[in-house]
Design a protein around this ligand. Structure first.
Ligand SMILES: Nc1ncnc2c1ncn2[C@@H]1O[C@H](COP(=O)(O)OP(=O)(O)OP(=O)(O)O)[C@@H](O)[C@H]1O
Ligand SMILES: [Mg+2]
Length: 234
C-alpha cells in the first residue's frame, strides 16, 4: 500500500551550469512529488537531466533556484554539512559501477557506513550480516569483490546502501554493467526490498524492461519532465 505522505517534493527546480553564452539548463523547471514506499523509474535521453535530478534528490547538489522538500526539510536552504547529515542518515546510494573496496570482504564493505556512524564493532557485524542475508549473500560474506560475480557485487553494494535503514534508495543505472539475467535478479531484489521493507526507491535506467519493475515511470526531456506513467504491479 502506497502511503500518502510526499517524501520528495521538487517545486520548479532549476539547475544551470556555466555563465553567459555557455549557460546550460541541466534542469529547467522540474516539479516532482514522490511518496513514501513508491518505486519510481526515471528514463530519458542522454543529457536530459536524470543524473542531475538524482544528485539533487540525494542532497549531493543544490538547485540554482526552486524549492526541494525532503521529508518536509527545505534542502535548498541547507549548507554542505547539513546536506551531508541528511545523506548519511536517510539516503542509500547504488551506482552503475559497484564502487566496492577491492581488498576488503563483502562484510567489511557493508560495515563501512556503520563505521561512520560510530556503531560498535559487534553490532556492525550483526547488522552487516543481516543486510547481506537480505540480498541473498550469507554464504559469501567473507569473499572479496574480486571473488564475486558482477551481480553479486551489485548485491553487496545494495546491502551497503540499506544497512543503515535509509528512507530512500537511489540507484543510477544499477543494471548498466550487468547482463540481462543478472539485471533481472537485481530488479527482483529491488522490487522485493520495496514491497517487503517499504523502502522508497528511485532508479535511473535506459532500459524499458527494467523500468517495468517500478510502479511509476517518469520521463525526462531537455531538463524537464515530459511524461509520468503510473503502472499496475508487475
Ligand atoms: N558539472 C557539470 N557541468 C556542466 N554541465 C553539466 C554538469 N553536469 C551535467 N551537465 C550538463 O547537464 C545536462 C544534464 O546532464 P545529466 O548528467 O543530468 O544527464 P543524464 O540524463 O544523466 O544523461 P546520461 O543518460 O548520459 O547519464 C547535460 O547537458 C550535461 O552536459
Ligand atoms: Mg546520467
Amino acid at each position: 500500500m502506497v502511503k500518502e505522505k510526499a517524501l520528495i517534493e521538487f517545486k520548479n527546480i532549476v539547475k544551470t551550469y556555466g555563465k553567459g553564452d555557455a549557460k546550460t539548463y541541466a534542469l529547467n523547471g522540474v516539479d516532482l512529488s514522490i511518496k513514501e514506499s513508491e518505486f519510481v523509474a526515471i528514463m530519458g535521453a542522454s543529457g536530459s537531466g536524470k543524473s542531475t535530478a538524482m544528485n539533487m534528490i540525494g542532497c549531493l547538489d543544490n538547485p540554482s533556484s526552486g524549492q526541494y522538500l525532503f521529508n518536509d526539510i527545505n534542502v535548498e536552504k541547507l549548507n554542505r554539512n547539513q546536506m551531508a547529515l541528511i545523506r548519511r542518515n536517510y539516503i542509500g546510494f547504488v551506482f552503475q559501477s559497484f564502487n566496492l573496496l577491492g581488498r576488503t570482504s563483502a562484510l567489511e564493505n557493508v560495515e563501512l557506513p556503520l563505521v561512520y556512524r560510530k556503531i560498535p564493532a559487534a553490532k556492525r557485524r550483526e547488522l552487516a550480516f543481516e543486510a547481506l542475508k537480505k540480498v541473498g549473500l550469507e554464504s559469501v560474506v567473507h569473499h572479496a569483490p574480486s571473488q564475486l560475480s558482477g551481480g553479486q557485487q551489485q548485491r553487496v553494494a545494495i546491502a551497503r546502501a540499506i544497512v543503515t535503514n535509509p528512507l530512500i534508495l537511489l540507484a543510477d543505472e544499477p543494471t548498466g554493467n550487468l547482463d540481462s539475467i543478472k539485471s533481472i535478479e537485481i530488479m527482483n531484489l529491488l522490487k522485493e526490498l520495496n514491497e517487503e521493507s517499504k523502502i522508497t526507491i528511485i532508479m535511473v535506467t535506459h532500459e524499458e524492461d527494467m523500468a517495468q519493475y517500478a510502479n511509476r515511470i517518469v520521463y525526462f526531456r531537455d531538463g524537464h519532465i515530459s511524461d509520468s506513467l503510473k503502472k499496475g504491479f508487475k
